[in-house]
Design a binder for this molecule. Structure first.
Ligand SMILES: Cc1cc2nc3c(=O)[nH]c(=O)nc-3n(C[C@H](O)[C@H](O)[C@H](O)COP(=O)(O)OP(=O)(O)OC[C@H]3O[C@@H](n4cnc5c(N)ncnc54)[C@H](O)[C@@H]3O)c2cc1C
Length: 412
């Protein structure tokens, strides 16, 4: 069998793989990108129909191309992010081969050997750019035989996909709150199971929260604070972007419940934590307003004060007198949407590069195995790492690392 040889192999043709291709091209490093689906496959097939970017178009993009369809302050629909990334790959001449899956990666001597669905590729360097969200996570709470349709948010498309009846949405990060609201607007009765969350203000004193994250240096945070490690973030670019406030969701008719912790005989059980979760989320919101106010004061900025933003209304009844359980059948719940996040899946990577929790060992994406890199993972170098604009900067670092190492070898 013929073996294809390449200097650097990038696995994954999403935004991370494309950004890295641009930088490797700039450094003159020969490379190949293998993508098992199509370019930006996850933006095509693992996002719901109405999804728009979480950040405004001026921010959620690569530096060298703007979004043509959305004004700078608009929130780009997922389908336009696909066209953008396809266009970007063309613009930078990324050598992407679609429909080729890497089945395994091993090391033989000083080369990596990738067994793919279309033959063998040997490479001196390999970059795993297979995404921060590789496999869906569904806690094993509700048995499959319950008769209730259960899907993960990655496979939710629109309300018509679900059987008639009420819906339980479990998880109240950006996906859960947006899906719950869409289902509610389609006329469904909706329950939303809310765990610990961070809900930043969408806009404050005339600036979007992504601007504030930059001003306050929060995009550059290197690690997640231990007490925030399991806290999801609830933001929305839907309908022009708005702050997620659970009071509004409840006022619109969604029943908020605590974290789902068990299910016995079709009765879902909730932790008695809904009020604490909402109050802690309020505190993340208010603390960002306070930090922004302090920044305005310290820097003498002329940004209009917004005292009303600090006023939160009373908590809704479903929060102060929460349901402890819900008999799913009696409540006519016919579907559960699990918006419970994602895990990693590096089953194809047959190298000793993982810690005991299964996470890749690396520093800013440079692994302990010489020539092996990771890109696009959450907190790879900082908070910005998994996002469109953040991954571009991590890609520059990794491309430069690869190029410098090549030069050193060439000099030897
Ligand atoms: C609901 C949702 C909304 C989001 N909204 C935003 C947003 O608004 N703005 C933003 O900046 N970020 C957003 N993100 C985060 C992030 O931008 C996306 O997750 C993005 O898809 C990550 O890009 P990536 O290139 O790192 O990984 P992916 O897009 O996951 O790309 C990895 C690619 O690798 C391929 N692949 C995997 N395994 C193999 C293999 N063995 N062989 C070959 N190919 C393989 C996959 O098919 C995939 O195409 C969102 C995430 C989610 C879940």
């Amino acid at each position: 069998m013929s073996v294809e040889k390449i200097d650097t192999l990038i696995i994954g043709g999403g935004q991370a793989g494309i950004a890295l291709s641009e930088h490797l091209g700039g450094e003159g490093v020969p490379h190949l990108v293998l993508e098992r689906g199509r370019i930006a496959e996850r933006w095509r097939s693992e996002r719901w129909d109405s999804l728009v970017a979480n950040g405004p178009a001026w921010h959620d993009r690569f530096p060298n191309r703007e979004f043509s369809a959305t004004g700078p302050d608009g929130f780009t629909p997922a389908r336009e992010i696909v066209s953008y990334l396809v266009g970007y790959a063309e613009q930078v001449g990324a050598p992407i081969r679609e429909g080729v899956e890497v089945k395994s990666l091993t090391r033989q001597g000083d080369v990596f050997v990738a067994q793919t669905s279309a033959g063998v590729v040997e490479a001196k360097n390999v970059v795993a750019a297979t995404g921060p969200f590789q496999r869906v996570v569904i806690p094993p709470l509700v048995v499959a035989s319950s008769g209730i349709v259960q899907i993960h948010s990655a496979h939710y498309k629109n309300p018509a996909q679900l059987p008639a009846g009420a819906v339980m949405v479990i998880g109240a990060g950006s996906s859960g709150v947006q899906i719950a609201d869409e289902l509610r607007k389609s006329g469904r009765r909706v329950y939303l199971s809310v765990g610990p969350h961070d809900r930043p203000p969408r806009r404050y004193r005339g600036r979007d929260f992504v601007w504030w994250l930059g001003a306050l240096g929060m995009w550059d945070a290197k690690t997640v604070a231990p007490d925030m490690a399991h806290v999801t973030i609830a933001v929305s670019g839907a309908e022009g972007g708005h702050t997620v406030d659970f009071r509004n969701l409840a006022a619109a008719g969604i029943t908020l419940v605590g974290r789902s912790v068990g299910c016995e005989n079709g009765v879902l059980r909730f932790a008695p934590d809904i009020e604490a979760n909402i109050r802690a989320g309020d505190e993340t919101y208010l603390s960002m307003l306070r930090a922004a106010d302090e920044y305005v004061r310290a820097n003498g900025l002329d940004l209009p004060p917004e005292p009303a933003a600090h006023e939160l209304g009373p908590l809704p009844d479903c929060v102060t007198q929460p349901l402890a359980t819900l008999d799913l059948k009696a409540a006519n719940v016919t579907a559960i949407v699990w918006a419970t996040g994602y895990g990693l899946d590096f089953g194809w990577l047959k190298l000793d590069v993982f810690d005991c929790a299964g996470n890749p060992r690396h520093e800013r994406g440079v692994s302990a195995v010489p020539g092996l890199y990771f890109l696009g993972l959450a907190w790879l170098s900082r908070r910005a790492s998994p996002f469109i604009w953040g991954v571009w900067h991590d890609a520059a670092y990794i491309a430069h690392h690869i190029a410098t190492h090549r030069q050193a070898l060439a000099a030897e």
